[in-house]
Design a protein around this ligand. Structure first.
Ligand SMILES: Cc1cc2nc3c(=O)[nH]c(=O)nc-3n(C[C@H](O)[C@H](O)[C@H](O)COP(=O)(O)OP(=O)(O)OC[C@H]3O[C@@H](n4cnc5c(N)ncnc54)[C@H](O)[C@@H]3O)c2cc1C
Length: 258
């Protein structure tokens, strides 16, 4: 990399290498290029390297080391964001923290309509796992073959089913998050009737990684629709479209998610 590395930064990189092992730390230009390039291909950021931790504890260790050395962190999921949030752009020592090795679905409770997935799980993977037990993970967007749980929550992504089921925010029951000093908040709650204290998870949803790194999420599921019908309807003006939508909601018995 072309960035001047002061002593504490070089020391921190040594610690990162030791903590993460060869699979977990990339620094060759050719290895890091895809993590530093934005989806549209117009921007390439600079980074000391790419950390690819395989567990929440490893994420915590990475964040603690970087915090101590003043190294900036850009968390990254599928890198499908279109606003340069997932690539490092600052002229200061920084790393990309990719969640692409944290791809385990930790639990799936069909009876409780809930699953817990690690942040690097691809949305399609979550949809498929839910469908296998007759459940629907309703978030659906054109990037679902590459975008991740952590990325969609950090951007509060919408998509094709937003009117019926809400944005990513509406799917979340609880989060596990690593804070800037390495502290792990374990809030992987799947209880619907949870009325205790502050709803901390809401701070991290839509925050683009500015307040912490999401490492796992508990998410609600829906029954898998038994039948799908598609209709193409022509309406004369926007008011007619609104009336039609309201009528469809009345007839289908589905309230809007929000
Ligand atoms: C073809 C296409 C269609 C799309 N359609 C839609 C659409 O319908 N609706 C929509 O809302 N968006 C859409 N997008 C944009 C993009 O897919 C979404 O923003 C998606 O949520 C990004 O997920 P990602 O995993 O790729 O995150 P990334 O692009 O990797 O990251 C996005 C942001 O989240 C942060 N972040 C990532 N992971 C974490 C984490 N674990 N913890 C903390 N912060 C994190 C990053 O730092 C960055 O700020 C589309 C993109 C493409 C390419």
């Amino acid at each position: 990399m072309n960035i001047h590395t002061p002593a504490p930064v070089a020391e921190a990189i040594g610690q990162l290498k030791q903590t993460l092992g060869p699979k977990g730390w990339l620094e060759e230009e050719s290895d890091t290029l895809k993590y530093r390039s934005d989806w549209r291909g117009g921007h390439i950021g600079e980074a000391l390297g790419v950390a690819r931790p395989g567990s929440t504890d490893a994420v915590s260790a990475v964040v603690r080391i970087c915090h101590g050395a003043g190294i900036a962190i850009t968390p990254q999921g599928g890198n499908t964001g279109l606003v340069l949030g997932s690539i490092p752009t600052e002229r200061r020592p920084s790393i990309v923290l990719s969640l692409d090795r944290m791809t385990t679905i930790r639990s799936l409770d069909a009876d409780n309509f809930a699953l817990v997935a690690e942040a690097g799980c691809i949305i399609k993977q979550v949809q498929n796992a839910a469908a296998e037990v007759g459940r629907l993970y309703p978030l659906s967007l054109a990037s679902e073959g590459s975008s991740t749980v952590g990325g969609t929550l950090s951007t509060n992504a919408g998509g094709n089913n937003t009117i019926r089921f809400g944005n990513a925010r509406e799917q979340v029951l609880g989060l596990e998050v690593v804070l800037a000093d390495g502290t792990v908040i374990d809030g992987l709650n799947t209880l619907r009737k949870n009325n205790t204290g502050y709803d901390l998870k809401q701070l991290f949803i839509g925050a683009e990684g500015t307040l912490g790194v999401i490492t796992a999420a508990a998410m609600r599921l829906m029954p898998l629709p038994r039948v799908r019908e598609t209709a193409l309807l022509a309406v004369p003006d926007p008011e007619a479209a609104q009336t039609l939508l309201a009528r469809a909601r009345e007839l289908s018995g589905f309230p809007r998610a929000h």
